[in-house]
Design a protein around this ligand. Sequence first.
Ligand code: ADE
Length: 246
Amino acid sequence: MKFHVLTLFPEIPRAFFESSIMAKAVQKGIIAYDLVNIRDFALDKHKTCDDSPYGGGAGMLMMTKPLASALDSVKPRKKRVIYVTPSGKKFTQNLAYELSRESDLVIICGRYEGIDQRIIDSYVDDEISIGDYVLSSGEAAATVIIDAVYRLIDGVIKSESLEEESFSDGLLEYPQYTRPEEFLDQKVPEVLLSGHHEKIRVWRLKQRLAKTMRMRPDLIAKARESGKITKEAEKMIEEITRIGEQ
Ligand code: ADE
């Protein structure tokens, strides 16, 4: 997959592409990226990239022509164009899976108060928000999306890790422990030292259910709707609820 990131601050996403697991994926040729500096398409000697909104109002918009030229410079014919904005649809793990199947993702990092609606109408396939809060930098939001997407691509990380993590089956992850056995006056739960795989599986499922019920009851309802809560899990939910009521 190739990410084409359109930005006024390429140094922000560059740090991500050049670090850690992403850097390895790039080196292996699984991921490619192109940082398109919108300022390179500015029309005046001051490299102006902002403009005032028609109708007045606070703040500036991104200037139309440099942004449109930057978009035109991205060549693959089959590409999906994303504009990251707090007024987009909410980013989810399901959307990350969907985007991970594309060959070329073009991501417009918004700055200022946003971009001209005609650019959205002519170029953008998806307007995506990473959550109900406002960032000053579209680059931070774009990096969140890139991170969630690239790690799902074959060969980037082990598929077993993906199967077990939060959201993989609609539940949050179970608690994890590493050495030493006793730390900060707390012991690792006995069952994890037992080597008994079935008991560990049952304990982990119960922990996942209890945590999801506590932190994100909405996810339990959703998992139930899509038939992801097994009979075994329903029994555990009953038990956790009973204990909670005592
Ligand atoms: N740009 C600013 N805030 C954002 C958000 N919450 N999601 C996506 N892009 C943004």
